[in-house]
Design a protein around this ligand. Structure first.
Ligand code: OAD
Length: 262
């Protein structure tokens, strides 16, 4: 990608006050977190129906939990990469910045990103499988490894489940509402997603309909590439780093608010 390819976006980001970024697994690839699709993706080695549906959990909670516990262990050894860092800086820089992530890895939060909407929940949250009346809708549990598998609901002693959205489950209405509100933005950037899982994949279309300049950052073409105003082909950690450098240099030469990038 030639660096002139960044110019239309740099210009808009330098002026923007309302920026929304939507991320997928590709943003965490450089941290060593496996993506879902593609040759080495999780869904090449595992079946959704065995591991990521409520029916699978009802059938074999131990198997499902083994997979999630393995992913938590893997993640505990991963660190945020440059892509997470740049987005965390932007979250403090823009007056209105929302990061909607499909990722359940928690790396955006670990990088210090403000205003993260977790569209598909979190691997670090648990929920009571029976929805017992004493338990909160979800609670944080960062123990790696768990002392017992499957983990239990501390309120009723029944099974706990991962606090993630499984296939066939609805997005939490409050999460959906927060996401839709964030689509009233000037720039909407979609980073590292294959854009095949709805409703997440449809969010950018709504942002564009409302007038946002829409941008995709991905090393490969996706099903959604042709629907963006601008497509930047490259890795998240490289493209965002270069974008950030351009914004800083433009800021210091023009003396605008980006020059004092914290
Ligand atoms: P996918 O695995 O489907 O797509 C990952 C995307 O990241 C691909 O388009 C890659 O080209 C791109 N990619 C790879 N390395 C990259 C890098 N360094 N920088 C930028 N992009 C890179 O992951 P998602 O689109 O996030 O849902 O998957 C969407 C949902 O499907 C997930 O949230 C999960 C999954 O099943 C649920 O579990 C409900």
């Amino acid at each position: 990608m030639a660096s002139e390819g960044l110019t239309p976006l740099v210009r808009r980001l330098a002026e923007a006050k309302r920026v929304t970024v939507i991320t997928g697994a590709g943003v965490s690839a450089a941290s060593g977190v496996p993506t879902f699709r593609g040759a080495d993706g999780l869904w090449s080695n595992f079946r959704v129906e065995d591991l990521a549906t409520a029916a699978a959990f009802a059938r074999d909670p131990q198997l499902v939990w083994k997979w999630y516990a393995w992913r938590r262990e893997l993640l505990a050894a991963c660190r945020p990469n440059r892509a997470h860092e740049v987005l965390a800086e932007w979250s403090r820089r823009y007056p209105k910045f929302t990061l909607i992530t499909q990722n359940v890895d928690g790396l955006h939060e670990r990088a210090g990103t403000e205003n993260v909407v977790r569209f598909h929940g979190s691997l670090w949250d648990l929920q009571c499988w029976n929805g017992c009346p004493d338990s909160p809708p979800s609670w944080r549990d960062e123990r790696v490894p768990f002392p017992e598998l499957p983990p239990r609901c501390p309120h009723c002693g029944g099974l706990a489940r991962p606090g993630v959205v499984w296939f066939g489950e609805a997005i939490d209405p409050a999460v959906l509402a927060a996401s839709l509100a964030a689509l009233d933005c000037e720039v909407c950037i979609v980073v590292g997603t294959s854009a095949v899982v709805y409703p997440a994949a449809g969010l950018v279309d709504e942002a564009r309909r409302r007038g946002a300049f829409t941008v995709e950052i991905n090393p490969e073409r996706t099903e959604a590439t042709d629907r963006f105003d601008l497509s930047l082909q490259g890795r998240a950690e490289d493209v965002l780093d270069r974008l950030d450098a351009r914004l800083r240099s433009e800021g210091s030469s023009s003396g605008n608010r980006l020059s004092s990038s914290q």
